[in-house]
Design a protein around this ligand. Structure first.
Ligand SMILES: Nc1nc2c(ncn2[C@@H]2O[C@H](COP(=O)(O)OP(=O)(O)OP(=O)(O)O)[C@@H](O)[C@H]2O)c(=O)[nH]1
Ligand SMILES: [Mg+2]
Length: 459
């Protein structure tokens, strides 16, 4: 089992040059450690000073003298981030000061915290549940305003509330079904079972709605990888630059200019989009270009959306056709670039591939707004209709909801087939357990460790 008895410490701010840096200490000896290294005008030990107060002083090392002038924040448990006694030292944000203070803190009995251990303690002490803990990292890593607001929503417990409510309904169903098993002579089955089947169906619909919108949720959280693919000289890098509104990639009239993959982020209506410019795809003997082409193909395979860029001022080539074929089964848009020149390829020439087609000019900027709109539409294919209770954004949660929906499906089937309700109860209980893993009520310790290991240090 997890040890929360020792006192942990870590630098909570990035190591670089900044106005302030923060060292966080949590645990039953946090204030003893503080007393050993902090000097101020007050004679009171830190534990006796006012909760949630800020103390001014210096961090002093008996061997080296004063290290830095600091502010010290006292947050007593259980009303702190970890629900333990917490001390935060705000020093100057230089690497030297931060590391020297951390070393001193460790020398006085604290242990270096593992990644995510502060949040893990908040979870272990029951201050937040697992879904809320995961939301902490989502807030830190949010790539867009919509990603941030859905993470904050989860942090505030919205997902947890929906899950708990569903689980309490499931408990209710289990109890009612068990009554019909325990007292069969009462003939309760005829009244109760159809009733429960209806309620189970309703819950299944709710889970369906959540799963239906989860694709958008994942894209809002993780971003939408949009690969810009096409043959050399089609204008891929020009398109990237136009969408970024900066001269990020090199553009020349030499085919094969882009050799490596260039990734850049933009935000479209709050949705993070990762634009990936790739090497023009063609057969080549050039060693470097070959690697670039291979990478381009890999990105086409794994992208959420592919922009297939064609130079519409020259006839469709076999290589263009090959790229159009290889994108089949993916979300793709055919972008007929260079519409400022005489058009040789028209929409009709590529209509048979079944992708939406758009004419643009990366040169003049014509068609850019429509293209952005297309990307958004594809990204949020199932945009929020508002029918789901909550937006699922995390793959782990999506998988658990999917599995619990399947368990409910099995329970329903059992009931509809007129099989003994005991079997249905087993599946309903499984659905209940799976949903509980979202909030951490029914999760294994090693799963918890695995989740927190993905956190950053000091959080
Ligand atoms: N007239 C016109 N020229 C364009 C347009 N877009 C790109 N070009 C020109 O086409 C040439 C190739 O553009 P790039 O953006 O480098 O093409 P690319 O697809 O990235 O090429 P590779 O990196 O070699 O695969 C350059 O000379 C651009 O100026 C456009 O919309 N209209
Ligand atoms: Mg290029």
């Amino acid at each position: 089992m997890y040890d929360t008895t020792d006192t942990i410490a870590a630098i909570a701010t990035p190591l670089g040059e900044s106005g302030i840096g923060v060292i966080r200490i949590s645990g039953s000896h946090a204030y003893d450690v503080g007393d050993a290294i902090f000097c101020s005008n007050s004679p009171l030990p830190l534990a006796q000073r006012r909760d949630r107060s800020i103390q001014y002083g210096v961090i002093h090392d008996d061997q080296c003298g004063d290290i830095d002038e600091v502010l010290l924040l006292i947050m007593k448990g259980p009303h702190s981030y970890t629900a333990e006694d917490v001390l935060e030292i705000q020093c100057h944000g230089g690497r030297q000061a931060l590391e020297a203070i951390l070393q001193l803190v460790l020398r006085h009995g604290a242990r270096m915290a593992n990644p995510g251990e502060f949040t893990e303690r908040a979870f272990m002490h029951g201050r937040i549940d697992l879904a809320q803990a995961e939301a902490v990292m989502d807030v830190i890593q949010a790539k867009s305003s919509r990603g941030l607001s859905s993470a904050v929503c989860q942090l505030e417990g919205r997902l947890s509330r929906v899950v708990s409510e569903m689980r309490s309904h499931l408990t209710d169903f289990i109890t009612r079904l068990e009554v019909t098993i325990d007292y069969p002579e009462e003939d309760l089955e005829d009244i109760e079972v159809p009733d429960i089947a209806g309620a189970l169906k309703e819950m299944q619909h709710r889970l369906d709605d959540m799963l239906h919108e989860s694709r958008s949720g994942k894209m809002i959280r993780d971003g939408v990888m949009t690969a810009i693919a096409g043959t050399p000289n089609a204008g891929k890098s020009s398109l990237l630059n136009r969408l970024l509104q900066e001269e990020r990639a090199i553009v020349t009239d030499v085919p094969g200019t882009t050799r490596d993959v260039i990734e850049e982020w933009i935000t479209l209506q709050g949705v993070p989009i990762c634009l990936v410019d790739t090497a023009g795809i063609r057969d080549t003997d050039d060693t470097v270009e070959k690697i670039g082409v291979r990478r381009a193909r890999e990105y086409v395979d794994k992208a959420d959306i592919i922009l297939i860029v064609l130079d519409s001022s020259r006839p469709l080539t076999a290589e263009d056709k090959h790229i159009l074929d290889s994108a089949s089964g993916h979300q793709a848009v055919v972008v007929l670039n260079k519409e400022d020149l005489d058009q040789v390829i028209t929409e009709a020439d590529v209509a048979s591939y079944g992708y939406p087609v758009l004419s643009i000019s990366a040169h003049t900027g014509e068609g850019m707004d429509e293209l952005k709109q297309f990307i958004l539409q594809l990204a949020l294919e199932h945009d929020r209709t508002g029918s789901a209770d909550v937006l699922l954004t995390n793959t782990r949660h999506i998988e658990l909801v999917r599995q619990s929906r399947e368990a409910l499906e099995r329970a329903l089937q059992t009931i509809e087939d007129g099989m003994p309700v005991d079997c249905a109860v087993i599946d309903i209980r499984e659905a209940w357990e799976l949903l509980g893993s979202i909030t951490g009520d029914t999760v294994h310790d090693d799963m918890v460790t695995e989740i927190f290991s993905r956190f950053c240090l000091g959080k």
